[in-house]
Design a protein around this ligand. Structure first.
Ligand SMILES: NC(=O)c1ccc[n+]([C@@H]2O[C@H](COP(=O)([O-])OP(=O)(O)OC[C@H]3O[C@@H](n4cnc5c(N)ncnc54)[C@H](O)[C@@H]3O)[C@@H](O)[C@H]2O)c1
Length: 330
């Protein structure tokens, strides 16, 4: 019996890339899946039913259960309906995975209001609309799992102010939902995924790889550390009963491994017995908070962990090793 036998799921943006891999893996684990995808271009322009229909076909072909949904997560009514489709079709919604996404990259000083609005609408509004609708059913059921795709771009990607803000917003939304829904046995977690999809093809690095090799990163990824399907096992785990204790966490999925992020933690503070003057801060802050301030990590986050000293890694068997931040408080 699969880990998710008898459960029902909605996966948004499941017609391609990371979402497709998640929908297939949930179905393989026994869940019945609403496969949502608007079938847009990377910039959110255009629509097509092909991507969602094809993934449904793939699931059904191997004996799984799935139905398509062609709505937009950025449309409040359509987002609500795609969640309700699971309830109407199978009586409940156990799992919501927010994956749908687009890109409109531009430096902050060049970004138009339209580029800002379009990206915020799909990522942040879309995640809110679907999460809101699912939380209503999950609260009544007193059970549920919400898993949303954030991104390392939330940590300061310079050319993605709209996307970075939306992805950081998804973390705030996840934490709020986690704290609000815990008493109903509903968990909410976020993943900063990675995988060579068309999103990566569109980056300067993706184009460079194409120029050098004649193939897009997405064409070379299957079965490698860059395979977008590497995200799915973590999603299946988080969606399962085995992850009942995992709530309000942010993970980074990179290569064949997963990183758990620290919760934000106060690191320095000055305290006074009165309101401080700005002039005093000119002297006090460099002496206390700085120098030694760290800049935001940006998209390089977590990528150098494999290079950390061997002593920091512990073999746990079956080709798996474990690293823990030496300064982590338990
Ligand atoms: N690929 C990566 O390395 C990476 C890194 C960080 C975060 N992410 C995030 O992971 C998610 C999946 O990315 P991907 O690389 O698989 O992208 P992708 O472009 O391959 O797939 C995204 C899918 O979302 C669909 N979609 C777009 N707008 C929609 C809407 N309004 N309603 C419903 N569906 C819509 C698209 O049609 C597409 O099929 C996104 O949220 C992305 O921001 C990806």
């Amino acid at each position: 019996m699969g880990m998710l036998e008898g459960k029902t799921a909605v996966v948004t943006g499941a017609g391609r890339g990371i979402g497709r891999g998640i929908a297939l893996a949930l179905a393989k684990a026994g869940a019945k899946v609403v496969v949502n995808d608007l079938g847009t271009g990377l910039d959110g322009e255009g629509v097509a039913t092909g991507p969602a229909a094809k993934v449904v076909e793939e699931i059904v072909k191997v004996g799984g259960t799935a139905v398509p949904n062609y709505g937009s997560v950025a449309d409040y009514k359509q987002a609500t309906e795609m969640v309700e489709q699971a309830v109407k079709t199978w009586g409940r919604i156990d799992i919501l995975v927010n994956v749908a996404g687009i890109l409109r990259d531009r430096m902050i000083f060049n970004m138009s209001k339209e580029e800002w609005d379009a990206v915020l609408a799909v990522h942040l509004d879309g995640t809110f609309f679907c999460t809101r609708a699912a939380s209503i059913a999950m609260r009544e059921q007193k059970a549920g799992r919400i898993i949303s795709m954030s991104s390392v771009s939330a940590l300061g990607s310079p050319g993605q102010p709209n996307y970075g803000a939306a992805k950081a917003g998804i973390i705030g939304l996840t934490w709020s939902t986690a704290n609000a829904m815990a008493k109903y046995n509903v968990t909410a977690n976020a993943i900063m995924p990675s995988g060579a999809t068309r999103m990566i093809d569109s980056t300067p690095r993706g184009k460079k790889i194409f120029d050098e090799t004649g193939k897009w990163p997405s064409e070379q990824a299957i079965g490698t550390e860059r395979d977008p399907d590497n995200v799915a096992p973590l999603v299946v785990f988080l969606a399962s009963d085995a992850a009942a204790h995992v709530n309000g966490q942010v993970f980074h999925s990179f290569g064949y491994g997963y990183t758990l992020l620290a919760q934000p933690q106060p690191i320095r503070r000055i305290d006074a017995d009165r309101r401080l003057d700005p002039e005093e801060l000119v002297k006090l802050l460099p002496e206390t908070f700085g120098p030694g301030l760290h800049e935001p990590p940006g998209t390089l986050f977590g990528k150098n962990l494999p290079e950390r000293s061997k002593d920091e890694w512990k073999e746990v068997g079956r080709g798996v090793r474990f690293w823990q931040w030496p300064r982590e408080e338990r």
